[in-house]
Design a protein around this ligand. Structure first.
Ligand code: T5A
Length: 227
């Protein structure tokens, strides 16, 4: 029995956490066992690394060192959370994964492709996402959403949110290029609209991925609910 691995990617404030919560709820409503998690983080050891990265402790060492920090966190997250969940047959919904390393540390940090490919081979191995949903919207809008959520200037932006608009526009292009390079795995979702509409667009792809499986589960769940 193997589960399904779905990742959400995109720029800052694109709505990934919002959509993961909604998708998780919808799938659980159909009786599926779902694990929602995030990167960096997701396991106690990886969460400790997250705190350090987002506080900017890796920045002085440069993007390559940060890629190693994200990879160390990912190693533990995969071992402690993702692989056991997939082995149980669960659906794993993960807020960011290796594509974020490709975009942030690769396209923006100029860590060479060969290095990132080697890191992915060692760290991720065969645990690749079945589906990656890339939430896309203009960088200014994502940053405004993220700032509003923080309460404007009440708290400081984190390590990457604090980068300039040029960085965030380049990031948006990097995610689109990833989607183009792996069209069988990745889809770009227009996230510049209401959360309900985004959720429906996401559901179309998830439903397609689950295929007959979800229809059977859905019917079985309805029968169970009605007895
Ligand atoms: N990183 C990560 C790397 O550099 N390399 C890596 O390998 C990895 C894994 C993580 C940082 O680490 C970097 C990338 C990141 O900079 P984080 O705090 O997890 O930091 O940051 P994000 O993943 O960017 O998460 P955010 O929480 O900032 O954004 P989300 O999850 O995309 O957005 P969300 O859902 O929290 O929404 C933001 C606000 O907008 C509202 C929400 O209510 C919320 O207030 N909202 C909407 N408003 C209007 N319309 C919609 N459709 C909305 N959807 C949500």
């Amino acid at each position: 029995m193997t589960g399904l691995f779905i990742t959400l990617e995109g720029g800052e404030g694109a709505g990934k956490s919002t959509q993961i919560a909604r998708l998780g709820e919808r799938l659980r409503g159909l009786g599926r066992s779902v694990v929602t998690t995030r990167e960096p983080g997701g396991s106690p050891r990886a969460e400790a690394i997250r705190e350090s990265i987002l506080a900017g402790h890796g920045k002085p060492f440069g993007p390559f060192a940060e890629a190693l920090m994200f990879s160390a966190a990912r190693l533990d997250h995969l071992k402690a959370v993702i692989r056991p969940a997939l082995a149980r047959g669960d659906i794993v919904l993960c807020d960011r994964f290796a594509d974020s390393t490709r975009a942030y540390q690769g396209a923006l940090g100029a860590v060479h492709d060969d290095v990132l490919v080697a890191l992915e081979r060692e760290v991720v191995g065969s645990t690749r996402p079945d589906l990656t949903l890339i939430l896309d919207l203009p960088a200014e809008k994502g940053l405004a959403r993220a700032a509003a959520r923080r309460g404007g200037s009440a708290s400081a932006p984190d390590r990457f949110e604090a980068e300039n608009l040029f960085f965030h526009n380049k990031l948006r292009r990097a995610f689109k290029l990833i989607a183009k390079s792996e069209p069988d795995r990745c889809v770009v979702i227009d996230a510049d609209r209401g959360a309900d509409e985004v959720a429906e667009a996401i559901w179309e792809y998830v439903e397609r991925l689950l295929g007959d499986d979800i229809k059977n589960d859905s019917q079985a769940h309805e029968i169970k609910e009605n007895v």
